[in-house]
Design a protein around this ligand. Structure first.
Ligand SMILES: Cc1cc2nc3c(=O)[nH]c(=O)nc-3n(C[C@H](O)[C@H](O)[C@H](O)COP(=O)(O)OP(=O)(O)OC[C@H]3O[C@@H](n4cnc5c(N)ncnc54)[C@H](O)[C@@H]3O)c2cc1C
Length: 386
């Protein structure tokens, strides 16, 4: 019997495994994929995510892989409109391909003593007397553990088997992601271009290779479904990247709105996207996966040592999560509301372009380097209405 079985070896699962193993627990990670594997993502680690990698002890390995540096974001709307926001001082984010980042993090977990099995698809959750006691995998294998950690991302099987989904996901958006060369988006800056209700995010991930993620509203999804690659290539031209050349396959993803009822039950907890996800727009998912794992590992360590894995013993994690991510989630909803309404975005862009402090403030909040309450400074609020 393992102390913890972790379903999913993405950033949340790897970080959780590394932390619990380093604390002396017997940890097994199961992932259905073989690594390196691609993952639909804008591939930007925000500045707080960089700090979380440092706290995990994995930043040196990530930097050795040659990621791109991100000093801020430019938001463009139509021809010439828009604003930009810079991270403060020497604070920066990173652009790094997920096949590279996730392999480094999984190796880091192995290095800290976790056992990792890839190519194992978890299909069910084992329960005895109302509490979770392990998982079952394709082929019928049963794996028992004192704690089950659901770190299996959007559409988590752990969430579905535990019936923790608050409502069925809504198809509000579809995203198409690929790497391209020949983009002239400027080094050191991520860029978001909006046209109508769609937008495209561009960020360098390594020496001249850029991640391009095209997001379209759910009602356009049927245009995408026929031929995602053709839609993506056409979108590159529509969004102004005439010379861009796609260098790998297009990954499609959606829906993203994935609300869960709670992140703990007797014998199990959820981290990363499995614990709830809303929108890829503000690029905070990797940070939340890493920081959420840090919070979860603290509670799990205490519960394992006390021999009490009940929901009551795991409750401090739920409380810490809410405190850490609750305000940011409200900002995410607000930002999404602006970006999906072109007229509103035009208005905000005009105000922000006249007052650079406004752009810096919002980009710093979504980069998790400034608290949400920093947006309530009177000087900023005045700038919005004048
Ligand atoms: C289009 C898009 C763009 C995004 N852009 C950004 C961005 O720029 N910056 C950012 O910070 N975040 C971004 N995000 C969010 C970010 O990708 C996620 O928040 C992050 O990957 C969450 O990590 P995770 O470990 O929880 O899940 P994942 O990274 O999804 O990892 C889950 C793992 O579980 C495994 N798994 C799934 N099911 C099973 C199963 N049944 N059995 C075994 N293994 C299983 C999968 O193979 C996978 O390896 C974006 C998301 C999308 C969709």
């Amino acid at each position: 019997m393992h102390d913890a079985v972790i379903v999913g070896g993405g950033p949340a699962g790897s970080a959780m495994a590394a932390r619990l193993a380093a604390m002396g627990h017997d940890v097994l990670v199961l992932d259905r994929a073989h690594f390196p594997r691609r993952k639909p993502c804008g591939e930007c680690v925000n500045p707080a995510g960089v700090d979380a990698l440092r706290a995990l002890g994995a930043l040196d390995a990530v930097e050795a892989a040659g990621p791109a540096r991100l000093d801020g974001w430019r938001i463009r709307q139509g021809a010439g409109g828009g604003f930009r926001g810079r991270f403060p001082g020497d604070v920066h984010g990173l652009g790094i391909a997920r096949d590279v980042l996730d392999s480094i993090l999984l190796d880091h977990a192995r290095g800290r003593g976790a056992e990792v099995r890839t190519g194992v698809r978890v299909t069910g959750v084992l329960r005895e007397g109302g509490r979770v006691v392990g998982v079952s995998a394709e082929g019928g294998e049963e794996i028992r553990a004192r704690l089950v950690v659901g770190a299996d991302g959007l559409r988590s099987v752990v969430v579905r088997r535990l019936e923790l989904l608050r409502r069925p996901p809504r198809l509000r958006k579809v995203a198409l992601t690929a790497h391209v060369a020949g983009v002239d988006a400027g080094r050191g800056w991520g860029e978001l271009r909006a046209i109508g209700r769609g937008c495209v995010g561009i960020a360098e991930v390594d020496g001249g290779r850029f991640n391009v993620t095209v997001v379209v509203a759910g009602d356009e999804a049927r245009d995408v479904a026929g031929d995602p690659a053709a839609f993506f290539d056409d979108a590159l031209r529509r969004f102004g990247f005439a010379d861009a050349r796609r260098v790998d396959e297009v990954l499609a993803s959606g829906p993203f709105d994935f609300p869960v009822r709670r992140a703990i039950v007797d014998g199990a907890l959820l981290v990363g996207d499995a614990a709830g996800y809303y929108d890829p727009f503000t690029g905070q998912g990797i940070f939340r996966a890493l920081r959420g794992a840090e919070l979860a590992a603290r509670t799990a360590d205490a519960a394992l040592r006390a021999g009490d894995l009940s929901a009551a013993a795991l409750a401090p994690y739920e409380r810490d999560r809410r405190r850490a991510f609750g305000p940011g989630e409200r900002v995410q909803h607000l930002v999404e509301a602006f970006v999906s309404r072109p007229a509103l975005l035009r208005l905000v862009s005009r105000r922000f372009s006249r007052r650079p402090a406004l752009g810096d403030a919002i980009i710093r909040v979504t980069g998790d380097v400034r608290p949400v309450r920093s947006l309530l400074r009177p000087s900023l609020l005045l700038g919005l209405v004048r």
